[in-house]
Design a protein around this ligand. Structure first.
Ligand code: PLP
Length: 283
């Protein structure tokens, strides 16, 4: 596998970074995950503009222009022969001296990217996933995509322990989002409900993509927070993320949602999204 590390493409075995890197010591780093389908990137501009905002929020200068970022992404997927999958990108505060919380005036970032070939439309999209609910223990600036992912790593472990694939995180009696996806429910009137953007959730690029497809297809979207009880009794529940696109949620805390199968509205949104990315609808 060929990866990209701070200016060079190299075999993954040769990609080493300092143990004093601020990404390692302080989780002082931004990341993005962009999907590739049929050799094309889905919504690269959206990911790069969110990256700009995260970097600004955590005081790391953006090392490249959007054109340079796009070029590195393309070269990486070419070198690895990835037609369908994901590109992971991370920009850290870099390494300085030993362990200095504030660090230098201006950071000189470490940049790392790798490409992963995998199906974007897989079994989970077809059959659905099970979720548990659990408290949201993350920091309060979840609108920035940083690598402080310990809460989510533990949430995934708890989900696996319970025989589920993901967790819905709860704060003040309301669902914030899923462990690495935005959460949606379909109410009795067929409206699509997803939490409004704020510091409490990540502004998902897939969420934005689905929102614009809904507007164009006459489906009604309501942006508001919902409770886990509303999710449990909703007609349908699904999540959106770059990695799994639109994933039907068929059970919550061990109880089926609706009839325990992916519902018609979720299927329709999957089809709309797959069409927009140029995928065979029957995929
Ligand atoms: N929310 C969280 C906490 C995430 O980690 C992610 C993706 O990793 C998302 C939402 C979905 O964002 P996107 O659609 O941009 O992948």
């Amino acid at each position: 596998r060929t990866v990209y590390l701070s200016g060079n493409f190299c075999p993954v075995e040769d990609a080493t970074i300092s143990p004093f890197d601020r990404g390692f010591l302080f989780a002082h780093a931004a990341y993005e995950v962009t999907s590739v389908y049929d050799g094309r990137f889905i919504d690269m501009e959206g990911h790069l503009s969110r990256l700009r905002r995260t970097l600004e929020g955590i005081s790391i200068p953006n090392p490249y222009s959007d054109e340079q970022w796009a070029e590195i992404h393309s070269e990486l997927v070419d070198k690895n022969g990835v037609e369908e999958g994901l590109v992971y990108l991370e920009v850290t505060g870099g390494a300085y001296g030993m362990r200095d919380f504030a660090g230098p005036e201006t950071f000189s970032p470490t940049v790392f990217l790798y490409a992963d070939a995998r199906p974007l439309i897989g079994d989970l999209a077809r059959e659905g996933i099970k979720a548990i609910t659990l408290g949201d223990t993350r920091w309060k600036r979840r609108d920035m995509k940083t690598v402080q992912l310990l809460s989510q790593a533990l949430a995934y472990r708890a989900a696996r322990e319970a025989g589920a694939e993901t967790a819905f995180m709860i704060e003040d009696g309301l669902v914030t989002e899923a462990a690495s996806a935005n959460a949606w429910i379909v109410d009795a009137e067929g409206r699509l409900i997803t939490r409004e953007l704020s510091h409490s959730i990540l502004p998902g690029i897939t969420r934005a993509g689905v929102a614009s497809l809904l507007a164009a297809s006459g489906l009604e979207m309501v942006e508001r927070a919902f409770t886990p009880e509303e999710a449990a009794s909703a007609k349908e529940v699904f999540t959106t993320s770059s990695g799994a696109i639109v994933a039907p949620v068929v059970a919550l805390d061990g109880k089926p949602i609706g009839d325990g199968k992916p519902g018609p509205v979720t299927r329709r949104i999957q089809r709309l999204y797959y069409e927009a990315m140029g995928a065979d609808v029957a995929a």
